[in-house]
Design a protein. Structure first.
Lengths: 112, 888
């Protein structure tokens, strides 16, 4: 029996993107990471509610950074992955992997 | 980083984003915009991406937060399933293509026509004039004893400068100059103005500079933007160069801007082309300086100056008018011989330039608004019909648990989509009709070269039709929701009487408004027909006209032999039957007048002399135009040496010597007793000199050999299409004299079309609007009765079963359909009659309350109504009782 998870697809994407950013990230860098790796363009209007939700679930942590040292620079909300977040992402991935196992279309070398 | 202003589109779109994320989202997007722009993308495309992202973020910020307790309880149900609703609406339209197309067409035609016309009217009615504080700019006119506005004589022009109410007064003389040294000689129409002209207007030049009062040299010229562009290819290096005008070099000081709108200043608008340049006048042309106003050498008799002035800060129009009139009264007392019975008035600039077209334009704007009203009623009707047809569907939805918000949203989206599509089509209609309107517009409208399509009315139309669409979606939907049980019964096809009454009421309104427009169209159409049928006194077909002006040395020798040779050369061109010249063309030309003393009749009071049209002609003029002369025509020997002669027209002869023969009588020009008496040798048939709309004026003709003129308008009668002769004509004259320009080459047909201008414009546009109104009203009748018939099929089935004949059934449908039409016509007659006063002065020989026109309009609308009822009536007549009743 695989571990259960309540992660949505977008939540998983965000967690994995944060896992790839060693220093964590903020809205723009997270979205750029997702776009660079998957080609998916996610609007900031979708990112922030998702990050909010992940924070309430205790999977990410956020803090307000100091303003950037340039004229007009702003203080950004910075997000980092908590250990529980990494765990949850791994759990979700295992759940998918368990389900996929045995479906021929997903076997390595299949043309799909 | 540039922060968006409080009312920027970014701020506005950001309002759609859920509050907790708004600032962060906007900051992120602006940062990204900056990055993409730094990467070399165009500002436009990055902005477009930004707007798109903002809209998508707004939706996402709600949709993404929906899964948990976050989010907005009201907005959430409005947003979920939006796509499904849009595709549902699309399916709805696809199922009823005819209804949907009718609504779309209605919206597109009405909003398109309205937008196009509004754009034209805007330039005339509401755009400020391109002068500083244009509201304080006035034109000063002499007012003759008969109340007509007249140009000022030089002495009077200077004397009005004494007025304390006028801060500055510039005098203008319209002139034509011959330009040499730029290739073949050309003739330009322009204005010779006093030095303070541009100071009074308060407008600077766009290139170079304008001239001012204390210029060192008077030999300067400022060009119009049009001339600069068309003749000089907008070359900036032109400024500072010399142009030879009438043999005298003048320095080009500057070029006015494109927006500098300055038509010819005339008492009778639109008969003269706008000046192409402004030269600084010299003393012989436009006098300068108030100090010289007492100079007895200044002319008090010949009025040719126009005057523009700026109201002094202390004055308003009423007080300035009073002061100007007081000065005129004093002048009349000081100079009883010349200035008695004359006064003067001030005309605001907007009225001077646009007064004549203001009312027609307002009328047309009113017409398009009526069309929009009809369209709105029509769309309302079509949506109501569709809703009635969908009552069962909606009732079922509600019964299955659809919330009110969902149902209403569905209907609102349909209305909104219809409005958006209608507005998009309307934009196309607007573009097409805008160009047509500009092409049709008479030249009196002015500023046509600066017109641009104004999209504000389209935006307004979009908002209005979207509102109609949504309200019509929502109001009945609320009713559906409240009474959903009864509406399940409604699936059997009864229609509520309230809604029928509303629909009939809309038809009544449409028919009434359509009648107003159709009546107006018929009145203008009738006027135009009558105007076109007017006999102008000569055959205007196959008649080519152009102007010849002599300048420099040519103007200094007696021009008679020169013109004789030139005309002889023109007559040898193949296809030319006759050619002759006159000082001014009938219909296309200027208006010269003379004051006359009649031998044996008491001299009229100064200033109260009847104004007589004055022509100077070469031999063969009457023959070329095809006028009949009783008595004898002019001969080359009529040079004044054996006593001066003249020919008068029939109107003059009848008015002056009603009881006796005119030939042999004598008249004298002006009040000077030294002027020679001239003997009438012939009476010529009348010509409508001032255009087809003006009755012939009393007119005298003098032979050119008896006087002197350096300018002729030539008329050439051809025996083929006059256009085919123009090439040969230009060549022949260039061979004859390469330094004389052929100006204003046009056929008499073109002059006539210009003369029909305003009425032609009005009648074509009102006909289009009338036709549109008729079409929309017919669609309305058809829609309402068609739908009602479909819903009454069961009733018709019962009636058939009880013995009603098909004929009886069609009668029923006709009676139902014609009742709102008849009521509408009755009300419409009242409206049309009430509005007829607004168009009275714009018609030609047509009474605005002509009962025959009303009757025809009523018949046309009845016909359209009957046509619209044809299909529903036939459908009713073919009702098969068995089929209908079995379906129950």
């Amino acid at each position: 029996m695989p571990p259960r998870t309540g992660l949505g697809e977008l939540e998983l994407l965000v967690l994995l993107a944060l896992a790839r950013l060693p220093e964590g990230g903020y809205g723009v860098s997270i979205r750029q990471e997702i776009r660079r790796r998957t080609g998916r363009s996610i609007t900031p209007g979708a990112i922030y509610p998702t990050l909010d939700r992940l924070e309430r679930k205790g999977l990410v942590r956020s803090f307000i950074s100091d303003p950037e040292p340039i004229p007009g620079g702003r203080a950004k909300r910075h997000f980092t992955l908590r250990p529980s977040g990494l765990r949850e992402a791994r759990r979700a991935w295992t759940q998918y992997a368990t389900l996929v196992r045995g479906i021929s279309a997903f076997e390595p070398g299949s043309s799909a | 980083m540039t922060r968006p202003g409080p009312f920027s589109l970014v701020r506005l779109l950001a309002l759609g984003i859920a509050r907790p994320y708004r600032d962060e989202v906007v900051a992120d997007l602006l940062e990204e915009e900056r990055q993409t722009r730094a990467a070399g993308q165009s500002a436009l495309s990055t902005r477009a991406q930004l707007y798109g992202q903002l809209i998508r973020s707004a939706i996402d910020s709600y949709v993404t937060s929906r899964a948990r307790d976050e989010g907005n309880a009201f907005v959430r149900p409005l947003v979920t399933g939006l796509g499904a609703d849009i595709s549902a609406a699309w399916r709805q339209f696809r199922h009823r293509p005819a209804l949907c197309a009718a609504a779309l067409l209605t919206l597109a035609l009405a909003t398109g026509a309205n937008t196009a016309l509004f754009s034209v009217a805007n330039a005339v009615l509401w755009q400020p004039l391109p002068f500083s504080d244009p509201g304080r700019l006035v034109f000063l006119w002499d007012v003759g004893a008969n109340g007509s506005r007249q140009p000022l004589a030089p002495a009077r022009g200077l004397e009005f400068r004494q007025s304390h109410s006028l801060a500055g007064l510039a005098l203008i003389s319209h002139r034509s100059f011959v330009i040499t040294g730029l290739g073949p000689a050309e003739q330009w129409r322009g204005a010779s103005v006093s030095g303070n002209f541009f100071d009074v207007l308060g407008t600077a030049a766009a290139v170079g500079r304008a001239f001012h009062e204390r210029e060192l040299s008077h030999d300067v010229v400022v060009l119009s933007h049009m001339l600069w562009q068309t003749r000089f290819g907008a070359s900036e290096s032109l400024v500072g160069q010399m142009i030879t005008m009438n043999g005298r070099p003048r320095l080009v000081l500057g070029v006015m801007g494109r927006e500098f709108f300055w038509p010819a200043v005339t008492a009778d608008p639109g008969r003269v082309d706008a000046p192409m340049f402004w030269t600084m006048a010299d003393e012989s042309d436009v006098p300068e300086g108030a100090t010289r106003s007492g100079d007895p050498r200044l002319d008090r008799n010949t009025g040719y100056l126009r005057a523009v002035a700026r109201l002094a800060p202390s004055a308003d129009l009423t007080s300035a008018r009073a002061e100007v009139a007081a000065i005129a009264t004093r002048l009349a007392k000081d100079h009883p011989q010349t200035d008695a019975n004359r006064t003067a008035t001030l005309v605001p600039a907007a009225e001077q330039f646009f007064g004549a077209v203001r009312r027609p334009m307002l009328l047309l704007v009113g017409s398009t608004l009526l069309v929009v009203l009809i369209a709105a009623a029509n769309v309302a009707n079509l949506l109501l019909i569709r809703l009635t047809g969908r009552a069962p569907e909606l009732a079922v939805r509600v019964a299955l648990g659809a919330t009110a918000v969902r149902v209403i949203r569905q209907l609102a989206i349909e209305g909104l989509m219809l409005a958006l599509a209608g507005a998009a089509l309307g934009l196309i209609v607007a573009r097409l009709s805008f160009e047509t309107i500009v092409r049709l517009a008479p030249d009196t409208i002015g500023r046509l070269d600066q017109l641009a399509l104004d999209l504000r009315p389209l935006a307004l139309a979009l908002v209005v039709s979207a509102t109609i669409g949504m309200v019509l979606g929502i109001v009945p939907a609320l009713a559906v929701w409240r009474r959903n049980r009864r509406l399940i019964d409604g699936s059997r096809g009864e229609i509520s009487s309230g809604r029928t009454r509303l629909r009939d009421g809309l038809v009544v309104a449409e028919i009434a408004l359509a009648l107003v427009l159709v009546t107006g169209a018929m009145l203008f159409g009738e006027s135009l027909l009558r105007l076109r049928r007017v006999d102008v006194g000569f055959d205007p077909s196959n008649l080519l006209t152009f102007d010849i002006t002599l300048s420099g040395n040519r103007a200094n020798v007696p021009p008679g032999p020169y013109f004789d040779e030139l005309l002889a050369r023109v007559r040898t061109i193949p296809g030319v039957r006759a050619a002759a010249g006159a000082v001014t063309l009938p219909i296309g030309g200027d208006d010269f007048g003379a004051r006359l003393m009649i031998e044996g009749q008491p001299s009229p009071l100064p200033g109260a002399e009847p104004r007589i049209g004055y022509q100077i002609v070469t031999p063969g003029w009457f023959e070329t135009l095809g006028l009949h002369v009783r008595g004898r025509d002019f001969r080359a020997s009529d040079d004044g040496s054996h006593g001066a002669v003249l020919i008068v027209n029939e109107t003059f002869a009848r008015a002056t010597w009603p009881a006796s023969e005119a030939i042999g009588r004598r008249v004298r020009k002006g009040r000077n007793p030294n002027n020679p008496w001239m003997t009438v040798i012939g009476v010529v048939s009348d010509v409508r000199h001032a255009g087809p709309a003006k009755p012939p004026r009393p007119e005298i003709y003098e032979p050119y050999s008896q006087t002197s003129l350096s300018f002729v308008a030539v008329a050439v009668r051809t025996d083929r299409d006059p256009g085919s002769v123009t090439g040969d004509l230009r060549r022949a004259i260039a061979e004859f004299d390469p330094e004389v320009p052929v100006a204003g080459l046009a056929t008499m047909g073109e002059h006539l079309t210009r003369a029909y201008g305003s009425l032609r414009f009005l009648s074509i546009l009102t006909l289009v609007f009338g036709g549109l109104a008729l079409l929309l009203a017919a669609i309305g009748v058809y829609g309402v009765v068609g739908a009602a018939t479909a819903q009454r099929l069961r009733e018709f089935g019962v009636r058939t079963a009880l013995g009603a004949t098909p004929r009886r059934l069609s009668q029923l449908v006709f009676a139902h359909g014609m009742r709102p039409v008849a009521i509408g016509l009755l009300i419409g007659c009242g409206f049309a009659f009430a509005s007829s006063r607004a168009i009275g002065g714009l018609l030609f020989e047509t009474a605005p309350a002509d009962p025959r026109v009303y009757a025809s309009a009523v018949v046309v609308l009845l016909g359209a109504g009957a046509l619209a009822l044809w299909t529903p009536a036939r459908r009713a007549a073919r009702t098969d009782a068995a089929v209908v009743l079995r379906s129950e």
